[in-house]
Write a protein that binds this ligand. Sequence first.
Ligand code: PLP
Length: 294
Amino acid sequence: MAWRHALLLTPAASDDLRDDFSDTFTDIDPAAPALSVGELSTQRGDGIFESIGVIDAHPQEREAHLERLAYSAKLCDLPSPNVEQWRQAITAAAATCPAGESVIKLILSRGVEHGPAPTAWVTVAEAADNRAAREHGARVATLDRGYDSGAPVRAPWLLLGAKTLSYATNMAAIREARRRGADDAVFVSSDGLLLEGPTSSLVLRHGDRFVTPAPGVGILHGTTQLSLFTWLEGQGYRTGYEQLPIDALHEADAAWLLSSVRLAAGITAVDGEPLPYDQAFTASVNAYLLSPRD
Ligand code: PLP
């Protein structure tokens, strides 16, 4: 993966209504050191982020990512992001992208220990080649997340549902899935409900109905899943959010992991048991996801 560009932002207050925020952006060398050693994002993972897929310099689902950034900030008691400032930063970052696929990351950290706070920056990188997962799918292992489905309400300080920078456990889950002979993981609550992948949303197909776990169980609301549901509804399919027991995955007619950069990876096996995989339908989903989306 090659870095393409990076911008530091001087975060503006959310009620700053100026038209042009370009003087709050500083271009920086993405390969050079840029953060203070006191950064709380690196010391504690204390911050939030978004990863935005970029196709031919078009940032996909920009508004949905901005909404989720603001939602994560609220859950984490971070200052509300100035949405117009971030929107302009995305536009500036996307303008540096060549044809093909890139990824823009937005990062908002609690800042530097003992101030100033917060720190914000945007990176642009070449996207990984995700064709194998898009075309041939992924085998998944179901893994206990260790929390029951009531945990997000009972213990909001766990920040379940916020896209925080603390992804070490998500990465550990992918390594565990690989040790079990799979490519990726699907988290399950300790009371047996399907949740999400470590870096993706889960969508199941039962006949002509597509369902995904309801976000209230402490998962991220995926921008790709939201966009896919709108497209599916336009194609005449029914969609819904449900509490889904683990058997719903084993009994699905098809299932996918969805995320902004890899897009749709059809699930081909669950804990070693094959799952029906519809390559042609998955290809049509990915063709939609690769088209310009706002
Ligand atoms: N759930 C988790 C834990 C994720 O990390 C991601 C993607 O980063 C998603 C779901 C899917 O979200 P999106 O479609 O917005 O990329």
